[in-house]
Design a protein around this ligand. Structure first.
Ligand code: FDA
Length: 387
């Protein structure tokens, strides 16, 4: 057997980035991945000339120039901007909330008209509330944006996401509702945005190729089937799976929301005319419908692939997608962090499951590079000339 320096659990962006940077410093890693492929939730595959994101729409967006330069070493990015359409019972609105949305909702044409309308709606809601604080998500949302937008664009979508009535959800889920008084449908505010042409998987394939044999990846391998052997054999472990599972859920289970994806190939060159359409009513069982050819304009003629995203409750048999960061889970997570510090000092916990936090991809790359800095005691800015 080879002399590995690291065992890395999980071939997602966190694990692969660490493995690649370790290889650049002459260190050898074994990456074990329970799924059949690398890339974690950013994994994409190509079918009918169309790049399909297997775990929901992934758009890279960041203000971090270092991370933006970093990922572009491994793939060419297009300039895709997410411009989401909301379908509420057959009526269409632009998202995020901006002058287009307000025009579609009320016919207001100037920022002053739109502001006046929102203020009027909020005033009615606040009068209703009187002196008390919003007691649930519904009251909170209405006090921030008024009834019209809440009913058409927030209520049904949020209830489907959480599987609960808005009146039974805590107010803290919605802290702010950003509104824009310009005609601008760009979903993200970040300066650098795009999608790798040909998909995300190539990023991680290139990392392996460029590691000169210092990264071995074993797919279809669950860490827990060999946990004791692995821990005995490897001096250093980077673990990007669920932190509670690592400790056999001894303090209890951290909660997640899960998703189910349903894809369909259709004989068409253009099925819905947009990359992402949100269904914001309560009756349509899915929240979003993606049409993948619109993410990069590439597809075989006459074929299109759409994917519908259905939220679902999570249990151990399902994929964990979104952590439920309420007070109970935050306390529980702290217990596991303590446990890790005391009983597994040789193990580094990273990534969205290891840290029990929702991370966007840019945060994950940034965090992984920070872990590299710490592990190797370096102050590298990961700056390099582009070839
Ligand atoms: P990730 O989950 O990707 O990888 C962890 C890997 O570890 C997985 O492959 C898993 O199988 C493996 N693993 C776990 N336990 C194991 C075990 N016991 N043994 C072996 N392997 C194990 N971000 C963004 O920037 N823009 C976007 O548009 C989106 N969109 C988006 C949509 C949806 C629906 C979701 C759920 C998420 C996003 N994201 C996103 C977030 C993005 O998916 C996320 O930032 C990265 O996937 C996180 O990378 P990690 O490496 O941390 O985890």
């Amino acid at each position: 057997t080879k002399n590995y320096d690291y065992l890395i659990v999980g071939a997602g962006p966190f694990g692969m980035t660490f493995a690649y940077e370790a290889a650049k410093r002459g260190k050898r890693s074994l990456v074990v991945e329970k799924r059949a492929f690398i890339g974690g939730n950013t994994h994409t595959h190509v079918e009918n000339g169309i790049t399909v994101h297997d775990f929901g729409a992934h758009i890279f967006h960041t203000d971090n120039k270092m991370v933006w330069d970093y990922v572009r070493q491994f793939a060419e990015f297009n300039g895709f901007q997410n411009q989401v359409i909301a379908n509420y019972n057959g009526k269409l609105f632009n998202l995020p909330f901006n002058m287009n949305t307000f025009y579609q909702m009320w016919g207001t044409k100037t920022p002053d008209e739109a502001k006046a309308k929102i203020e009027e709606q909020k005033a009615a809601a606040l009068k209703e509330l009187g002196d008390r604080q919003p007691r649930n998500l519904e009251e909170q949302a209405i006090s921030l944006i008024g009834t019209d937008i809440y009913k058409a664009l927030i209520k049904g979508y949020t209830e489907k996401q959480w599987g609960r009535k808005a009146t039974e959800l805590p107010a803290f889920i919605i802290k702010r509702l950003p509104v824009r008084f310009i005609y601008d449908n760009n979903y993200f505010n970040h300066r650098y945005q795009g999608i790798p042409v040909g998909g995300y998987t190539q990023i991680f394939e290139h990392m392996v190729e460029r590691a000169d044999g210092l990264i071995d990846v074993m797919t279809n391998t669950d860490f827990f089937e060999h946990k004791d052997d692995f821990l005995a054999e490897f001096p250093k472990v980077l673990y990007t799976g669920m932190i509670d599972q690592f400790f056999d859920y001894k303090h209890g289970e951290l909660e997640y929301r899960s998703l189910r994806f349903e894809s369909e190939t259709i004989d068409s060159d253009n099925y819905q005319g947009n990359a992402v359409v949100n269904y914001t009513d309560a009756e349509t069982p899915f929240t979003r419908q993606m049409e993948w050819r619109h993410f990069d304009g590439l597809a075989d003629e006459g074929k299109t692939i759409i994917t519908r995203e259905y939220p679902q409750d999570w249990d151990r048999t399902k994929e964990a997608y979104y952590p439920v960061n309420n007070e109970k889970n935050t306390e529980l997570y702290k217990k596991y962090v303590q446990e890790a510090r005391e009983n597994a000092p040789e193990v580094m916990f990273g990534g969205r499951l290891g840290k029990y936090r929702y991370f966007d991809m840019d945060q994950v790359f940034n965090d992984a590079l920070n872990t590299v800095r710490q592990e190797f005691g370096i102050d590298d800015d990961f700056n390099f000339a582009h070839d």
